[in-house]
Every structure is written in structure tokens, then in C-alpha cells.
Design a protein around this ligand. Sequence first.
Ligand SMILES: [Zn+2]
Length: 262
Amino acid sequence: MPEKLAPAEDPASVRLHETARPVPLETIVGTTAMHEGRALDENVYAIEIPPLFLDGEQRLLDASKVAQQMSESGSTVEAGDILYVTQDGFIAIEPDASQKPLLGTEYSLEVTYAIRHLAPDQKTGIPRALTQDRFVAAVRHTHPYDAPTSAIDLATILREDGEPGANMFTYVVTDKATTLIFRTADTPQLSNEDATRRMERMHKIDRQLMVALIEQGNIEEASQIPYRMLELLVHHYKLRMFQCPRGETVAQYIQPRVRTIP
Ligand SMILES: [Zn+2]
């Protein structure tokens, strides 16, 4: 249940929510994805999802359902697309509405980034904004059965700026909720190998815990493991999570609870 993602908030953060003016998602993408650190402004507490993006969310949900019905193995299907920002600040969504979205079974969405590299990387001292012709903002994708954002999903936002396809935020859509998770100025920058290795390990732990709890008959507790894992990772990597019911236009900041995995 996505509502279980919403923890008890401290009064200070609730007050901030009430007064926070939603910042349009396209503004955040256009001003952040191409710059060093790809960090969300710490003053953002509410994000407005524009109609164009909401239409895209529905398109992906529809595509995943159609593909799932046609799947002979009966396996769950994720549908996705890539949000880019071009060097001159325009947002490009690929594949666009006229083409088939990316499709894959759970955790197997294959993504190839269409980026032209103009300079080796920003370690040469060249501003990041000048190193590529376009920058990946997010791989937006659906999750079957309302599963929360996974450790695997977070690997690409933990990549360091110079890595190909270093994303700015995760964008997960289910029938019930839209969840956006951003980097902050305090989020580490990891090599591709390190980010992947760490997140695959967390994913494995997540699965092992679930299997163990299911075997013990603790089905309810097992179902909570992916949510606990996500809270832990958001807290540990100093990420910022926003969420709203699917189709609503303003995603609110959700403060992670500090706790440990059992
Ligand atoms: Zn995912």
C-alpha cells in the first residue's frame, strides 16, 4: 500500500508543506539535470507534475497492462521512457507518444541513452553543462502491483556526474501513486560499478528478508520490507522523496523515518 510509505511527519515539516509553493517539475529538470551534482534545491517541498507528464504516466500504465495481458509467461511487465533535458534547456521524452514505450519484465527494463558526449567528462574542468548534448533527468517507469521504488532503481541517481546516464531523479508510476526521489547536495557520487554493486546487494538482502519472513508465515511483515528498505536508503543516501496519489498534480515531500532493517 503506498500510503504506508507516508511516515509520521514532525510538525515543522508539516508546516513547511502547507506553505510550500509547488515548483513545476519541468522547471526543476530544466535547471538541475545538467549541472554539477544534479541536486534538488533544499527549499523545494512540493512539486507540480505538468499535464504532459501525467498523460505520459497514463500511457505507460496502459502499455504495461496491454503487454502483460499478451505475455505468454504471465510475468509482470514494466513500461518506461526516458526524460532528457537538452543543453538549451528543452525537455525531450523518448520514446515519444507516437512510439512504443520501453517494455521489460520486473527489474529488466533495458535502457540505452541517446547522448552525444562533447567533452570527455567534467573532471577536465569543463562545466558539466558543456560536456553532453543532452542529460538524463529520469527513467520514468511503471511498477506492477504498486511495488515501491527499488534499490536497483536508485543505482542510476547515485552515479557520479561523469558516468553515462547519471540520472537526476527516479520517477516510478503505479496505479495508485507517483513517486519522485531526488539527489541532494549531500548525496554521494559513486562510480557506476560501486553504485550498481551496492544497490544489487541491498536488493538481494531485501529479497532474502522477504523470503525468510514468508517462510515463517509473516506475510504482512514481508510485504513491508521493500518500503522499509526504501526509507533506509533515502535516509542513508540523503535523498528527498516526493509522492502523490496517481493523477494528482502536486507531489509532497515525505520525510523518511530513521530506523534500521530488522
Ligand atoms: Zn523500478
